[in-house]
Design a protein around this ligand. Sequence first.
Ligand code: NAD
Ligand code: ZN
Length: 351
Amino acid sequence: MKALVYGGPGKKSWVDVPEPKIVHATDVIVRVETTTICGTDLHILKGDVPAVEEGRILGHEGVGTITEVGSSVDSLAVGDRVIISCIKSCGHCVNCTAGLYSHCLGDEGVSGIGWIFGHLIDGTQAEYVRVPYAENSLYKLPAGVSDDEAVMLSDILPTGFEIGVQYGKVAPGDVVAVIGAGPVGLAAITTAGLYGAATIVAIDLDKNRLEKAREFGATDVVDSSASDWKDQVFALTDGAGVDVAIEAVGIPPTFGMATELVRPGGHVANVGVHGKPVELHLENLWIQNINISMGLVNTNTTPMLLKLVASKKIAAEKFGTHHFTFDQIIDAYDTFSRAAETNALKVIITR
Ligand code: NAD
Ligand code: ZN
């Protein structure tokens, strides 16, 4: 089969590799029909995620059809159409039973981390993928939900909602600032209303993404290249700062921006994957009673979000801006990595 293989920082290729096989009784094999590229894949290619070894098939998002099931799998069958969650979950370790699937202890060579596709084991940017702990890591696709909608549930929708909105403790009436209006930031923007945010401010350098942010539910947008960007955001509050600042970029300056915007008693929810240390100005922040949260998505809200996508309460199809076939995946990476020029949000890659 063909797959997108990581060859070390800056290197990737679409090449022939052996097809995956069932390894454990709880595995299934999925024929990938739709996949996409994440900002995290770009971080990997920059060398920000050193745990990814050369030769690894990238990708942690996908929709497909089960072609083979392990001997202990009962609730899934060959032919089922499924959403592949970016997080595997054994379902019975102490972390999974607490809903912390991101730290599933189920052994896959390495224990204690839920994100393994395209990271510690081969991923979904391939014609076939082996899914460990399949019964807890796959979601059956209901009728009426398209692949283009469903693939947004592998990662970006649960990430923006769980690590941005829920960890940020968005509450009714809040002013929420989202720094970075990429797919993950837009997912936070589009789900912040579920908890009653009154004002949702999208902050980005990219004018197209700011325009898109309004379509996804931002009430206001601020271009952070403006010298008065901070005053513009404060003008949308009662003058004390935002209740919740969500960082969805993953670089030191934007984390700093989040800490500058938040009001005393407010929340900074870091969603970005960082490759470098950030400066944390505790000498200023300690007295502000600020909560700072961070984390890897758990995907424990995926079944709930799937219902909202199925009932068209979340317009998941709006994230897909460009379509490619598998053999055009290198072009898809190019388009996605030059989003400021191409106006790409999520690139959809299909068989
Ligand atoms: P993306 O690269 O498409 O979007 C980032 C956005 O930030 C872009 O629109 C860019 O213009 C903007 N930006 C860059 N510098 C900026 C600045 N100085 N000021 C304002 N905006 C700026 O990425 P994405 O796919 O939306 O992902 C966002 C982040 O979330 C990434 O770091 C990704 O790795 C991370 N992520 C985290 C998890 C998790 O579990 N915590 C899961 C998935 C993705
Ligand atoms: Zn991701």
